[in-house]
Design a protein around this ligand. Structure first.
Ligand code: HEM
Length: 212
């Protein structure tokens, strides 16, 4: 019996409990990053305006497009699950928000992305990007209330999976659980933390985040 029992609350989130499932490890390790991003993204801000929303969706496009291309390169010759494509929704929103094809094409794209060089890293990246669709369900209602924006007027991305959100999240969790191996879980967690970091840095550069 150890002299001092370290409770989960006191444990360094970057050193996951060895017996925890990979999902528990991901949740613990990224909790602060999620809370920080949630607080700094003006999407829930009472005074959110359409101009800010448009800049956020443009910045999301600039991150998701190169990230999806990186996932495609890793998966090749297999393709990304067509059900999990997010770029068409972002393009639809940008069009609805008034951008032309040429303006969308000219948007800045992130080059400091999380490395995807293993299945473990891919799952860590996917945990963050797939998990964000859950928050999207909350955000789409806020955007509809505050800005009057719905799926056809710029809010498609926040509801990208629509009524399939729960099913696709559960299917992803199953993939994650099937992969779960103590040998590789740290790599999954590292990639998820890197994804949050890269996304936050990108949104900071795009000047769409509130001050920390
Ligand atoms: C204002 C912005 C955000 C809000 C209000 C928000 C809200 C939420 C909520 C309510 C959930 C839990 C849903 C549920 O349990 O059914 C969730 C889950 C999650 N969100 Fe966010 N979110 C935001 C931004 C983001 C962003 C930008 C990312 C990543 C790019 C992200 C990644 C995740 C992940 C990975 C989960 C899954 C956690 C898990 O169950 O393991 N969120 N979010």
């Amino acid at each position: 019996m150890p002299l001092v029992e370290i409770t989960p609350a006191l444990r360094d989130p970057c050193i996951p409990a060895p017996c925890a499932s990979v999902l528990q490890q991901l949740r613990t390790a990224t909790a602060v990053q999620h809370t920080t991003l949630e607080a700094r993204l003006p999407l829930t801000h009472p005074r959110l305006d359409l101009g800010t929303y448009k800049r956020i969706i443009a910045a999301y496009y600039g991150f998701h497009l190169p990230l999806q291309q990186s996932i495609e390169r890793f998966l090749a010759p297999q393709a990304i699950d067509p059900e999990r494509q997010k770029i068409p929704a972002l393009i639809k929103d940008l069009h609805a928000l008034g951008l032309s094809d040429a303006q969308i094409h000219a948007l800045p794209r992130c080059s400091a992305l999380p490395a995807i060089n293993s299945v473990a890293a891919l799952l860590g990246v996917m945990y963050v990007m797939e998990g964000a669709t859950l928050g999207g369900q909350v955000l789409r209602r806020i955007i509809a209330d505050r800005l009057g924006v719905d799926a056809d007027s710029g809010g498609e991305f926040l509801d990208v999976y629509g009524r399939d959100t729960g099913r696709l999240w559960k299917a992803f969790l199953k993939e994650l659980a099937d992969f779960d191996t103590p040998l590789h879980n740290a790599e999954v967690v590292k990639a998820a933390c890197a994804t949050f970091d890269c996304f936050q840095t990108w949104l900071e550069q795009a000047r769409v985040l509130n001050d920390a």
